[in-house]
Design a protein. Sequence first.
Length: 424
Amino acid sequence: MKVFKFGGASVKDPNAVRNVSNILSLFGGQKLMVIVSAMGKTTNKLELLVKASFDRDRKIYMALLDDVYDFHIHILGELFLEKHFAIYNQVEDVFEKLRDRYNEPLPDNYSFEYDQIVSLGELLSSQIVTAFLLEQGHSASWADSRKLIRTNNNYQEGEVDWNKTEELIGSNIISQFKQVDIQVTQGFIGHTPEGFNTTLGREGSDYTAGIYAYCINAESVTIWKDVPGMLNADPKWFDNTIKLESISFKEAIELSYYGASVIHPKTIKPLQNKGIPLYVKSFLNPEAEGTVIQASTTNDHLVPSFIFKMDQILFSFTTKDFSFIVEENLSDIFNRLAKVNAKINLMQNSALDFSILLDRNKVNPDEILELFKDTYEVRYNEGLELVTIRHYDDETLARVTENKNILLEQKTRQTARLIMKEKV
């Protein structure tokens, strides 16, 4: 059995869905667990729908709902020439429930409502893909991750109950493979013991592929993307990128930790635990080799990798009484930052200062200043970029620092991290 994951870009329109069917045809007779994300930008629209619901803005809520509805109906119209297919009723049922939901009492927990609504994007895409595969003659069936992946009640960041999930997937999915070759299910979503929808964190469909692979002891996982494999840098920020042919689980975890966006950080652990290789391949060129992520570290050092984080803000904290920054100060600073859900990209301390780097679009500087004004002097710099280089050398350092002022630098034997600003 193999696990395939198709993200939003690979099911974004009718031709993309046809392409998924064509790719699956290349693996005729093999047992395939297919994980799909919501179509195109549906998740973003549903997130706005949740916000409109809590803002009690009926006009925006219904306009967004109509937009998402029209998008999916257009895809149906292109894929199915006749409207008698049962998939039309399935899709209509989802949107009818969303229309009715606006009139229901709002829960106190925003994250709970988020998971009940946003999870429906994956429900829609998986139902449409399954119906099209059946119409194309594939041996396929639909599976419901809302009944198979058990999580706790931590809405928007559900933590998997591995024992219960393995039991549910083992007793349902493996037996169904005796009847069909392909099972299609949803990425990103699960359920609580009470049966409520949960989500596994933004971009969590990769993680879902890892969960299913672990639970069915898959031969491999393939993530299908619009790139030829894992590149050593984002082409948006770096010229002359190189495809990584093979890297280790360890290297993939390091790269995702530092911000490489190809693989969701949680995906690797369940695969590494069972030695299941992960392939990153192009849905535009499905027969090309792509990148393989596996146990061997032999090739990790061959190509330096670059991870860029733009629009960063660097805060520096100094105690007002000019005392040393010690463990109690660090604990206090971390506790205060947790109150505003600040996610630290890099930190460094000296005798008198503690510095942290954050994404500028996720933090309000005035809020940080207000939060610390009683005890600390706080300074900050905006408009910064953070570059992380794995397996660096003098040449790569010189390349990325050209015409840049370096505000802060950290190095280990394998990784260099630099906070920089364009020279003026």
